[in-house]
Design a binder for this molecule. Structure first.
Ligand SMILES: NC(=O)c1ccc[n+]([C@@H]2O[C@H](COP(=O)([O-])OP(=O)(O)OC[C@H]3O[C@@H](n4cnc5c(N)ncnc54)[C@H](O)[C@@H]3O)[C@@H](O)[C@H]2O)c1
Length: 296
């Protein structure tokens, strides 16, 4: 069920101090939605909260590390206490890291990126799903993945990031299945370049993953982000997806080609599977399709 009457409802948004999260906060606030902003960067969070409050809604900031499960549950309770019912949850906080080649990437980069990008949305989902179900008025959950969660391409050296985001796409689909009976929609946001501070993500790496670090942004990535959409444009896509109950939010239609190229690679793998059946002389009966059996 689509969430159409938004005025006076509350949205909880992680990574709301910067970039897309802040864009979502602005766009929802312009519709009269109260905003619970959560972020690990306190000065930027306070600045963002003040900006959103000026739009005439109830806006409150919550210092939160989304990779810390206990903190997410604690903040979810605090948000419910402060605002009452929460209808929209945007699990958006995420980090990127220009790493050396995959085999040389330090273990703590793997741990940090999966903890924030993949476990963050899982914690947000687990903490808020019972609250959305409890009020029974429906709701919507938006998980920020990336177009990197839909395809791989050789030479991009973004394997960890893509791994964290492929998982978010798959989990979002499963969340949609789980939430549909409760009139709670789920979307997964898959943008390409957006002009944000993502290249500075190292500055907010928690100590348990090695602490803050700075890195030079490559000219290629800088150009890609600068040429990207604005955070507010992303916010408008997200608002529309919530209103129309869309699952996929693709913000760069030209990336259809990238996904098609990836799927062609996958299909080539199946061509090889056909060939191998013959070569190896394996002729077992086809697997039953469990998904179809369940639907039937
Ligand atoms: N910028 C792009 O081109 C692009 C493209 C596709 C997907 N994304 C995704 O969009 C999301 C938002 O990123 P952005 O581009 O707006 O970057 P951003 O750096 O401008 O904003 C991300 C926010 O998340 C916060 N954050 C980082 N770690 C956190 C943690 N552990 N707990 C809580 N907050 C934390 C940061 O402080 C920051 O305010 C991310 O999930 C990112 O992976 C970005």
């Amino acid at each position: 069920m689509a969430l159409t009457h938004l005025r006076g409802k509350t949205a909880f948004i992680t990574g709301a101090a910067s970039g897309m999260g802040r864009g979502m906060a602005r766009v929802f606030a312009q519709q009269g939605v109260n905003i619970a902003l959560a972020d690990i960067d306190l000065p930027s969070l306070e600045e963002a909260r003040d900006e959103i409050a000026k739009l005439g809604v109830d806006a409150r900031g919550y210092l939160l590390d989304v990779s810390d499960r206990a903190q997410v549950y604690e903040i979810a309770d605090a948000v419910e206490k402060d605002f009452g019912k929460v209808h929209i949850v945007c699990n958006n906080a995420g980090v990127g890291s220009g790493a050396p080649s995959l085999d040389e990437t330090p273990d703590e980069i793997f741990d940090w990126m999966f903890a924030v990008n993949t476990m963050g949305p899982i914690h947000g989902f687990k903490a808020f799903a019972p609250k959305l179900k409890k009020h029974g008025e429906g709701g919507h959950i938006v998980n920020t993945a990336s177009i990197a969660g839909m395809r791989m391409a050789p030479g991009m050296n973004n394997g960890i990031y893509a791994g964290t985001k492929f998982a978010v796409v798959a989990l979002s689909f499963a969340m949609q299945d789980a939430m549909a009976p409760h009139k709670i929609g789920v979307s997964v946001l898959c943008p390409a370049g957006v002009d944000t501070n993502i290249y500075r993500a190292g500055r907010v790496r928690p100590d348990r993953f090695g602490g803050p670090f700075e890195r030079e942004i490559s000219p290629g990535l800088a150009a890609l982000l600068k040429a990207g959409l604005s955070p507010d444009q992303i916010g408008r896509y997200v608002l529309r997806a919530v209103q129309d109950n869309d699952f996929f939010i693709f913000t760069h239609p030209e990336t259809r080609q990238w996904v098609m190229e990836w799927h062609e690679r996958v299909m080539k793998g199946f061509d090889r599977a056909d060939e191998l059946r013959g070569l190896l002389g394996i002729n077992n009966p086809p697997q039953p399709d469990l998904a179809k059996m369940k639907r039937g």
